[in-house]
Design a binder for this molecule. Structure first.
Ligand code: C5P
Length: 216
């Protein structure tokens, strides 16, 4: 069985809204609620812990904890509150409201059926990606092996605990949790995910998410 940690404590400054991003209304409900519905629909997810901004109550059916100053600290706070009954820990950003129960199940299935420490949702890159030094291109990467990484990311609990037992500065520099497991020498597996599982960062993303949810 798995425990899900949903990080929803970010302010979302790039979205330019008054309220914290996870609580911006999207299709008539707070953004966070879409992710919670997808997680509640998966039987293997026994409990949900949500890292919240100050003064916000936990949504029904979840355990709320105060988030940290950085995303990684919010993940760590949620993991601490989760207890140690579950061997599998799923981490999801509330900023990805288009996650589906199917994708959650696919990630859990990948971890359960392969010899790996983590299984992470990711979409194949469709753009050509170049690396530059300032404005000057240094190299063009081979697109065939590139993935745009998303959440959910599911972990063997011990691997995630080890990954998060770093000092705050190193944690804050990591842009996802799986990269810390990689740094520990762990095996991380990608699970093919739809590009629709986008991260809402800008007002454009919010509009796009609204249109995609309305078309479901
Ligand atoms: O800001 P960004 O979109 O990268 O945040 C990704 C996710 O991490 C969001 O769901 C946000 O609410 C969460 N977060 C958090 N605590 C922070 C910063 C971000 O829970 N201190």
């Amino acid at each position: 069985m798995a425990v899900a940690l949903v990080v929803a404590a970010g302010r979302g400054e790039r979205l330019g809204t008054e309220r914290p991003k996870a609580f911006v209304m999207l299709g008539g409900r707070p953004m966070l609620q879409w992710s919670l519905d997808a997680l509640h629909a998966v039987d293997a997810v026994r409990r949900i812990v949500v890292a919240l901004p100050p003064g916000v109550h936990a949504p029904a059916g979840t355990l709320g904890v105060p988030g940290g100053a950085e995303r990684s600290q919010s993940v760590r706070a949620a993991l601490r509150a989760a207890g140690d009954d579950d061997d599998v820990v799923l981490v999801h950003d509330a900023a990805r409201p288009l996650v589906t129960a199917q994708l959650v199940q696919d990630c859990l299935h990948a971890l359960a059926t392969h010899d790996c420490d983590a299984a992470i949702a990711a979409a194949r890159v469709t753009d050509t990606i170049k690396e530059s030094d300032g404005d000057e291109v240094v190299r063009t990467l081979d697109r065939a092996n590139l993935w745009a990484v998303q959440t959910p990311q599911v972990f063997d609990r011990a691997a995630l605990e080890r990954a998060l037992s770093r000092d705050d500065a190193e944690l804050a520099a990591a842009t996802d949790d799986a990269s810390l497991v990689e740094r520990d020498g762990g095996t991380v597996r990608v699970v093919s995910a739809p590009r629709e599982n986008l991260k809402v960062t800008t007002p454009f993303d919010l509009r796009l998410a609204e249109l995609l949810l309305a078309a479901r």
